[in-house]
Design a protein around this ligand. Structure first.
Ligand code: UT7
Length: 338
């Protein structure tokens, strides 16, 4: 049977570092508050003229290099973002063009699943590979949050949490016998959603519910900036992530004690500490980079994965577990044998 194997990983973050002290010059906040509540020390902001697709293409080039592949070897692109370059078309085709493979006509899919975008993207890519539709799929998560944040007191609860950046993963088909759990590759993916909470973390406007969709009132209106019921999101993240990790492990008859490398979404260090504690996954197995980058939404997990891979923190045979939660609400988990 076919299984998806990670052939290469890459990430890209812009050079410009924005510290908590920098943000404290723009709004009533402090390094102490941000670090205590979220663990974030600094984040990166991309310059004008650079979009998520640019960062996604850079991350993809690094993943291609790591895989020893050329862009033309890719059969399909799956692109996840909540901060697209353009309202339409989606970022997948922009990445295709930036990689110089427009003339291959390969399909490019766009996913709108926010912080779960990478996990949803991996599920789509994995299904294509398993059923033989495509052989090599590029999965990209990329965000440029910085221009869409409210850097005033009004938006401080959200603005301090997010940064810009991208991660990319190339999945390729391999043959395994009898679904061997020890053979390298993607073993299980589980994704969920609960739309009743769609408005608890969102950007409400511009939207197509009311005409005209771009109105003068939106310029000064918080509807155009992200709004979040922080405590509710926090509570759900702390429940749904452990729940889905236990569920995905149970599919193979395993428990959290079997996990060697845990890669949670990077929304809040306190959430990840609670989740790891609940699962009894020791601190040294739970990896975080939120301190450096803040929340990269769809870009968080693939960026963390690439850092762990390049840092030699994952070795052949390790059971890697990824898990994430975000707007929608959407959440998911992946089990991968390295
Ligand atoms: O990736 C998508 C998923 N997102 C998440 O998972 C985020 C989930 N939520 C959280 O991480 C946390 O709820 C936050 C970090 C956003 C907030 O932490 P909290 O401990 O829940 O704080 P809070 O919202 O209860 O606010 C506590 C106080 C409030 O002041 P009062 O009412 O106690 O006087 C806020 O107005 O902190 C105030 N506050 C701030 N103070 C300084 C809110 N934002 C800031 C700020 N700087 N940036």
């Amino acid at each position: 049977m076919k299984r998806s194997k990670i052939l290469g990983t890459g990430h890209f973050v812009p050079d410009r570092v924005v510290t908590n002290f920098d943000l404290a010059k723009l709004m009533d906040t402090s390094d102490e508050w941000i670090q205590q509540r979220s663990g974030i020390v600094e984040r990166r902001y991309a310059e004008d003229g650079i979009g998520p697709a640019d960062m996604g293409a850079e991350a993809s080039k690094r993943a291609l290099e790591a895989a020893g592949l050329e862009a033309k070897d890719i059969d399909c692109i799956v692109f996840g973002t909540l901060s697209p370059d353009l309202q339409f078309p989606g970022g997948g085709v922009l990445v295709q063009h930036k990689l110089g493979i427009s003339d291959t006509y390969i399909p490019c899919f766009d996913l709108r699943n926010q912080c779960s975008g990478y996990l949803y993207g991996m599920q789509v890519a994995d299904a294509f590979i398993k059923n033989g539709t495509f052989d090599k799929v590029l999965v990209v998560g990329a965000e440029k949050h910085s221009p869409a944040l409210d850097h005033t007191n009004r938006g401080r609860d959200v603005a301090v949490l997010f940064g810009d950046g991208s991660g990319a993963t190339i999945l390729g088909a391999v043959e395994v016998e009898d679904d061997d759990p020890d053979a390298p590759g993607l073993l299980e993916i589980e994704t969920h959603a609960q739309g009743e909470y769609a408005r608890e973390l969102m950007v409400e406007a511009p939207n197509t519910i009311i005409k005209p969709w771009v109105r003068q009132e939106l310029v000064d209106n918080p509807m155009a900036f992200p709004s979040m019921n922080g405590r509710l999101v926090f509570m759900h993240a702390c429940s749904r992530m452990p729940e889905i990790v236990v569920k995905v492990l149970a599919k193979r008859g395993w428990t959290p004690a079997d996990v060697d490398v845990f890669l949670p979404h990077q929304a809040n260090l306190r959430i990840n500490q609670r989740v790891a504690k609940q699962l009894e996954i020791p601190e040294e197995k739970c990896h975080n980079n939120i301190m450096k980058y803040g929340n990269l939404s769809a870009g968080s997990i693939p960026t963390l994965l690439d850092e762990v891979v390049r840092g030699g923190q994952v070795k052949r045979g390790d059971l890697v577990c990824m898990a994430g939660f975000g707007s929608g609400f959407t959440w998911g988990s992946i089990l991968y044998r390295w």
